[in-house]
Ligand binder design. Structure first.
Ligand code: G3P
Ligand code: MG
Length: 236
């Protein structure tokens, strides 16, 4: 079973910052998950929420700030004073840091209805950096996944289930030629795993921070888990 560093090694450093991705690489994570949004000046930036309140203590939505402003924010102090001044990176900063050392799961937090042309921007960036095979694109916004598929017939797509019914999800995943069904630990079951496998899809489960739960999921055939503790794989 694969261990995917959720928002980086986010139990050890502030989520979705270069510090948390560095930690994940130090821990030899082979795969890293992160979330993206778009800045006011149209850059892809790495942040989970659509606003700055939780991680930077500032008002307003992400898309009202430029990438340069986001980079200068303090998105580290909320986690620990040790990380004060840790900024909100661009996706390019992360690609630069990670290089070929790990796979990256880029989760689009919202498609073009929230962030204009986010799918196209991501597509162009992956093409420019020749990263298509190293990156899994995922989203709860399934329309955004269809937009991405229309741009790239060979993209690797992870379908985040959310509140969609399983039967509809499997239909959409077949149309999308998705690689994986990504769902929460409370949604997954042995039956879902075998159904997905029969249809040729992998199953990736978030967010698993306890070794006993990881073992249970491994037993039912789950292919990968997202964890804030990627080092857990060493005890596995
Ligand atoms: O992609 C798996 C997981 O990251 C989805 O939930 O809210 O942590 O982005 P969230
Ligand atoms: Mg995510």
């Amino acid at each position: 079973m694969e261990f995917i560093a959720h928002r980086g090694a986010s139990a050890h450093a502030p989520e979705n910052t270069l510090a948390s991705f560095k930690k994940a690489l130090q821990m030899k994570a082979r795969s890293i998950e992160l979330d993206i949004a778009e800045s006011r000046d149209g850059r892809l930036v790495v942040i989970h929420d659509d606003n700055l309140k939780r991680v930077a203590g500032l008002p307003g939505r992400v898309e009202t700030y430029t990438a340069a402003q986001l980079k200068k924010m303090d998105a580290g102090s909320w986690f620990s004073e040790r990380y004060s001044g840790e900024g909100i990176p661009t996706l390019e900063d992360v690609f630069e840091l990670v290089g070929k050392k790990a796979e990256i799961n880029v989760e689009m937090k919202g498609g073009c209805r929230i962030y204009p042309k986010i799918e196209e921007k991501l597509y162009r960036l992956l093409k420019r950096r020749a990263l298509k095979s190293q990156v899994l694109i995922s989203s709860f916004d399934h329309e955004a996944l269809f937009h991405f598929r229309a741009l790239d017939s060979r993209a690797r797509i992870g379908y985040l289930l959310g509140r969609t019914s399983l039967s509809r999800a499997f239909e959409e995943m077949a149309d999308l030629k998705a690689e994986s069904l990504n769902l929460s630990a409370s949604q997954v079951s042995a039956q879902i795993v075998s159904q997905a496998h029969r249809k040729g899809f992998k199953v990736l489960v978030y967010t698993v921070n306890k070794i006993e739960e990881a073992r249970r999921l491994d037993k039912i055939g789950v292919d990968g888990i997202f964890s804030n503790f990627p080092e857990m794989k060493n005890d596995f």
